[in-house]
Design a protein around this ligand. Structure first.
Ligand SMILES: *Cc1c(COP(=O)(O)O)cnc(C)c1O
Length: 499
């Protein structure tokens, strides 16, 4: 199988090249040139497998230039009981007869990005090696919190890589800061940047587009790379857990193989739900994909009207990882739905860049509506849902997951469709403890206690176990205390790389 670019059909590369490059040179995203089909009997067979075996089934269909040994090495390094605190890796929790919560947050940083960022470093270094490129990969990340820590954990002590993370000095929570500044590993560096997320992000972007710096690094056998969600190596591992959840439901006797399910995903960049769409195209019996947004509901409007319009107010919400107005991975959906029309996708993306808005054809709009339902929930609805879900089912969800539960509840009310639904749960409630406890009526304590006492409160009041990685955080040694200005970022990188 080869990979094309969403903006140029003449480009065709192997999966290792797609992963090593990240982005196609003309700005398009890499997409597989065909969709592998997993038959019903295959799915039935996978129901008896472990998570790592299921991962091999799915990844093997896409990464066709990887050997069996290479795939095994990547998968076995990523998905271990030590890292995920459970053999199931991504267990399914039955909330009710129609709602099944797919818990994607048992990894080292307690959010779903671990599912891809634990394996991406191995896919990336294997790809670079396969291509015979002699270089050290330098991962550069600007983060508003979650991605940076997940990338640090994924890349720590991975051979032939270094990783440097910049976070805004004014923009992360106490726990997020400590998670990053106590990071272990020989090849990691973390620095705060004076300013907000945009300052950190713009600084990193400027370094990525600095041609002179690029050739300087090249002369030193180094190359910059990014860990963000447009890399195919981040998307493909996410397809696995939708198959895995369906298999778990078969194994538990909740469904028969072949029964249709819905999948509901709290969405920002459209990566996680796109992986579910790939699963559907591959033969997973999915009826509707329910796309759940917070108050930044650009995707809800797009699915309902066919108009993508980012010219709107930006809201800071209690589900910050979904506060996004440009959903990068939507480009891959448009490519698939238009039947591989790179010219059409290119023109939409050009309009988005120029005017911040584009309108898809009626054909594309209708095709999207066939597969997707779009809904949104603001902070008040989200908090009400956390409370209601706990009162009804005794289950505490984080804010992002609650957005999905809320939108699914509304979908059922509106359509009467009671099909069993897999709801992607993207973060542990401990990660967003303040907002979760407030929703549960403990606002006073939230105002009085620091984040570590809130972890204990959440655990004690609701009989939950604090994830090991958060529990030990307070005692960990702080390794990184640098705060730099935006124009010092390159110097910080150089100093680290020189050692
Ligand atoms: C990144 C993130 C999301 C959004 O995922 P996308 O792939 O960008 O749609 C949702 N919830 C949490 C907790 C996240 O970290």
């Amino acid at each position: 199988m080869n990979y094309k670019s969403t903006r140029d059909n003449n480009i065709s590369v192997k999966s290792s090249e797609a992963i090593a490059k990240g982005l196609s040179p003309e700005g398009g995203l890499f997409v597989p040139d065909s969709i592998p089909i997993i038959s019903e009997s295959n799915i039935k067979y996978m129901a008896g497998m472990s998570y790592t075996q299921r991962a091999k089934e799915i990844l093997g269909r896409f990464l066709t230039d990887f050997t069996d040994e290479e795939l095994d090495a990547c998968i076995n390094a990523a998905y271990t009981k030590e890292k995920f605190e459970t053999n199931a890796i991504a267990p399914v929790y039955k909330l009710s007869d129609s709602q099944y919560v797919l818990e994607l947050w048992h990894g080292p940083t307690c959010a779903f990005k671990d599912m891809a960022l634990q394996i991406l470093p191995h896919l990336l270094t294997t790809s670079v090696k396969k291509l015979g490129i002699e270089r050290e990969t330098v991962i550069l990340v600007a983060t508003s919190g979650d991605t940076g820590k997940a990338a640090l954990e994924g890349f720590k002590d991975v051979d032939n890589t270094k990783i440097i993370v910049f976070f805004p000095d004014e923009g992360v929570s106490q726990i997020q800061r400590l998670q990053m500044c106590t990071q272990e590993g020989k090849n990691v560096f973390v620095s705060a940047v004076n300013g907000n997320f945009d300052d950190a992000q713009n600084g990193v972007k400027a370094i990525f587009t600095d041609k002179e710096y690029e050739s300087f690094l090249q002369d030193n056998k180094k190359a910059l790379s990014s860990a963000n969600s447009i890399n195919w190596g981040r998307l493909v591992p996410q397809i696995v857990y939708y198959f895995s959840a369906y298999c778990d439901m078969i194994a538990a006797g909740e469904i028969e193989c072949g029964d249709e399910v819905n999948i509901c995903v709290p969405t920002g960049n459209f990566g996680n739900i796109l992986a579910a769409y790939y699963a559907k195209c591959m033969g997973l019996p999915v009826k509707k994909l329910i796309c759940a947004s917070n108050k930044n509901n650009v995707l809800t409007d797009f699915i309902n009207t066919g108009v993508y319009d980012k010219n709107r107010d930006f809201y800071v919400t209690t589900s910050p990882s979904m506060d996004i107005l440009i959903s990068s991975n939507l480009e891959r959906l448009l490519y698939m739905i238009s039947g591989g029309r790179a010219d059409v996708v290119s023109s939409y993306m050009a309009e988005l860049k120029e005017n911040g808005i584009y309108t898809v054809s009626d054909e594309i709009k209708n095709e999207i509506k066939e597969s997707f339902y779009g809904g949104c929930a603001d902070d008040i609805k989200c908090a009400d849902t956390i409370k209601e879900t706990y009162e009804k089912h005794g289950y505490v969800t984080d804010t992002h997951t609650a957005v999905a539960v809320c939108v699914h509840n509304e979908y059922v009310k509106e359509t009467g469709d009671n099909t069993k639904t897999i709801i992607a749960s993207t973060a542990s409630p401990f990660k967003f403890n303040g907002a979760v406890l407030s929703a549960l009526g403990k606002e006073d304590e939230v105002n009085e206690l620091d984040e570590f006492r809130l972890l204990e409160k959440l655990a004690n009041d609701y009989e939950l176990r604090i994830p090991a990685s958060l529990k030990t955080l307070e005692e960990k040694e702080v390794r990184f205390e640098v705060v730099c200005d935006k124009n010092q970022m390159k110097a910080v990188i150089n100093e680290f790389l020189a050692n």
